[in-house]
Design a protein around this ligand. Structure first.
Ligand code: SPV
Ligand code: MG
Length: 288
């Protein structure tokens, strides 16, 4: 099937994957030219106004993945956190996410319930390497298509366990079948990740989420090599919050919508994004 994530990975260059939390945000990412959608657990949690600590259920996240897959042609990389339990839960999750139209899953090696990675004082506990390898093996054995990617994510650096632990976990996850390795860091500069990438001798390409160290741009990633995908982890929800807060404040300050009106996309633009044209064509054709 042309355009699968695996095929895109085989092509030259870094894949840029944008976070989304709704079909509308997924479609905007598609129009902006991204290569894929990150179905972020953090974004969906924020959308519900709750912390990203395993409060959102698999069903809630899955429903959103399915809705995005229906409205957006880009491959979706589903953030399934810890796999919603043990390896048995992972088997069920993989069946569900593949059927819902995801192109890949990222499973992380934290305990359930997890705590969001970027919180300064977050409680970060990792499961045993063997236990996590069982989850990777379960995911790989369950997928129906080889094009469905299983990405193993290590939180060893997030948990402060150091580079040696991160490298040995990543190697174990690759040996267990992971197609790619996501290594996460909350250091404010890219040094920690750069030294991990330099030391990585595995064949599995690396995935980065440079939220905490934003100067790690495509040029810098390209120079490092070994990195096949960069995920912009929470920029859809942060962009929305920035925009909504500013507009809401202006309306309160101005005593009406008369000033902001001209700065916002038109209602017609929302009609376009909703597919009103298709609806009108159907009306013309079928309403008798
Ligand atoms: C997410 O977007 O849900 C992630 C990335 O897992 S982070 O929040 O940085 O852990
Ligand atoms: Mg997440």
């Amino acid at each position: 099937m042309p355009g699968t994530l695996r095929e895109k990975l085989g092509g030259a260059g870094l894949l840029h994957v944008m976070a989304a939390h709704s079909p509308l945000s997924a479609r905007l990412a598609e129009e902006a030219g991204f290569d894929g959608i990150w179905a972020s657990g953090f974004e969906l949690s924020a959308l519900y106004g709750v912390p990203d600590v395993s409060l959102i259920t698999m069903t809630q996240h899955l429903d959103m993945v399915r809705a995005m897959a229906q409205q957006c042609a880009l491959p979706i990389v589903a953030d399934i956190d810890t796999g919603f339990g043990n390896a048995v839960n992972v088997v069920y999750a993989i069946q569900q996410y593949e059927a819902a139209g995801a192109a890949a899953v990222v499973i992380e090696d934290k305990t359930f319930p997890k705590v969001t990675s970027l919180a300064a004082d977050g409680r970060q506990e990792l499961v045993r390497v063997e236990e996590f390898c069982g989850k990777i093996e379960a995911a790989c054995a369950t997928r129906r298509s080889k094009d469905f990617l299983v990405i193993g994510r290590t939180e060893a650096l997030i948990a402060g366990l150091g580079q040696a632990e991160a490298l040995s976990r990543a190697a174990a996850y690759e040996a267990a079948g992971a197609d790619m390795i996501l290594v996460h860091s909350k250091q404010k500069t890219p040094d920690e990740i750069e030294s991990f990438v330099r030391a990585w001798s595995g064949k599995a390409p690396i995935v980065l989420v440079p939220t905490a160290y934003p100067e790690m741009n495509a040029e810098r990633i390209g120079k490092l090599g070994k990195i096949a995908m960069v995920i912009y982890g929470n920029h859809a929800v942060r962009a929305s919050v920035t925009a909504m807060s500013q507009v809401f404040a202006r309306i309160r300050r101005d005593g009406g919508i008369h000033n902001v009106h001209a700065d916002l996309v038109s209602v017609e633009e929302i009609f376009r994004l909703q597919g009103m044209e298709r609806m009108k064509a159907n009306e013309k054709k079928y309403l008798k």
